[in-house]
Write a protein that binds this ligand. Structure first.
Ligand code: GDP
Ligand code: IMO
Ligand code: MG
Length: 420
């Protein structure tokens, strides 16, 4: 059996949580492979709204095994809070959720380093979620990190203190008043919560599942344009959000990847700093934010909004080898007279359909306009009901990307999903 991968093709928040929850019944295993509590994946069903940060979005389905893979960075504080809120909803994740012993731990001092680094950047700040993601991945590649498996070692506390001291020395170089101690008690309580779960050799387990013929879905976090290698660097996150990240973040071979499900919004959003060529800092942007409820699921920050960017989308499709597209939030465009899509960029008078290396340049998107459908699509359940203007929009995207749009999401709830 091969593992399918579902990932975001824009700057995150494409609706991954919703769609993983919808597709989950087709799978035996759902696994997160990168990122950490910077993610906020919203799910909606039976009038319940829930946001997951570290825990895979298959958790609400009985029978499904959920895995936090080695590529994830895990904060015991956020994790414990997520578990508590699931338990309050009557979900018992102890049996169904397994943790890779190789996933790295986010320490309180990583969070403080994240904050100190952002403050020091002034106007050039990334707009990080301040969850400690960057510093934790730095310690991973710098070969200093602590991993989930380490919590079972008798000298874990000493290892913790050693790393904390290292961080304290770095923090001294910043003009930043840090207070690591305020989080420590809760953090060590979170470590006890982690111990309630099965800590596994996830790369072996995952490959064994595939060998047994179990169906697995790898759930991406963030989006391709936030990828550490291919995103709008340095305004990116610190992991490989593209499909290759599923291989390193779970320990599966490239030849074991099946379908690559790429998810995108019918328009575009970005939260945090960095280039966003099709951003609409005007009434259109405000309307998208209002109708689409575009506020961060993790930080509550207003998301920047703009038109769909096909230059960026085609780049993401290429990097991931997307085999099927999923379009979300088409319903947000229901009332628009005209819908625009960027098909190329004009940079210093030159037209290109490639993402530029230099992100400081002035990019003027070249738009193609579509007539709006002016129909409420949010209650529709079959492809046949969709207005012809929306079908034209979808067919144009399919032609440009060369990939079929297999699912159209028309609302936040589980059942607001049209499979084509
Ligand atoms: P994720 O990070 O990719 O899981 O996405 P988020 O949960 O951060 O943001 C997506 C938001 O859009 C959430 O509030 C979802 O409930 C909502 N959503 C998802 N799909 C749709 C859709 O098709 N239509 C509408 N109107 N909202 C949607
Ligand atoms: P999901 O999984 C949207 C953005 C931050 C910031 C940059 C770096 O919900 O789609 P970090 O905290 O990683 O150091 O922040 O990346 N970012 C996200 N934007 N959705 C996310 O996750 C994000 N995770 C990080 O806003 O610009
Ligand atoms: Mg999100």
């Amino acid at each position: 059996m091969k593992a399918d991968v579902l990932l975001g093709l824009q700057w995150g928040d494409e609706g991954k949580g919703k769609v993983v929850d919808v597709l989950a019944p087709k799978y035996d295993v759902v696994a997160r492979f990168q990122g950490g509590p910077n993610a906020g994946h919203s799910l909606e069903f039976n009038n319940i709204k829930h946001v997951l940060h570290t825990i895979p979005s298959g958790i609400f389905h009985n029978q499904i095994i959920n895995i936090i893979g080695n590529g994830v960075v895990l904060d015991p504080i956020t994790f414990a809070k997520e578990i508590e809120s699931l338990e309050q909803m009557g979900v018992n994740p102890t049996e169904s959720l397994k943790l890779s012993q190789k996933a790295h731990l986010i320490l309180p001092s990583h969070r403080e380093l994240d904050a100190a680094s952002e403050v020091s950047k002034g106007k050039g700040k990334i707009g990080s979620t301040l969850k400690g993601i960057g510093p934790t991945y730095m310690d991973k590649t710098g070969r200093n990190g602590l991993r989930v498996g380490d919590i079972l070692r008798p000298d874990f506390k000493e290892r913790y203190n050693l790393l904390k001291e290292k961080h304290n020395n770095i923090l001294k170089q910043y003009d930043y008043q840090s207070n690591i101690e305020q989080y420590e008690e809760e953090w060590f309580k979170g470590i006890e919560t982690l111990k309630r779960f099965e800590i596994i050799e996830s790369e072996h387990e995952v490959n064994q599942y595939l060998k047994e013929g179990k169906k697995m879905l790898a759930e991406g976090a963030q989006g391709s344009l936030l990828d550490i290698d291919f995103g709008s660097y340095p305004f990116v996150t610190s992991s490989n959000t593209v499909c290759a990240g599923a291989c390193t973040g779970l320990g599966i071979a490239p030849s074991s990847i099946g379908e690559v499900l790429g998810i995108f919004k019918a328009y575009c959003t970005r939260v945090g700093a960095g280039p966003f060529p099709t951003e609409q800092e005007n009434e259109t942007g405000e309307l998208l934010r209002k109708i689409g409820h575009e506020f961060g699921a993790t930080t509550g920050r207003p998301r920047r909004c703009g038109w769909l960017d096909l230059v960026a989308l085609k780049y993401a499709v290429m990097l991931n080898g997307v085999t099927a597209l999923i379009m979300t939030k088409a319903d947000v465009l229901d009332t628009f007279d005209t819908i625009k899509v960027a098909t190329a960029y004009s940079i210093n008078g030159k037209v290109t359909d490639r993402m530029p290396f230099d992100i400081d340049v002035e990019i003027t998107p070249i738009y193609k306009e579509f007539k709006g459908w002016k129909t409420n699509i949010s209650g529709m359940t079959t492809e046949g009901e969709l207005p012809k203007e929306l079908m034209e929009y979808i067919q144009f995207i399919e032609k440009e990307t060369g990939v079929p749009v297999k699912i159209v999401s028309v609302g936040p709830a589980r059942n607001a999903t049209i499979v084509r």
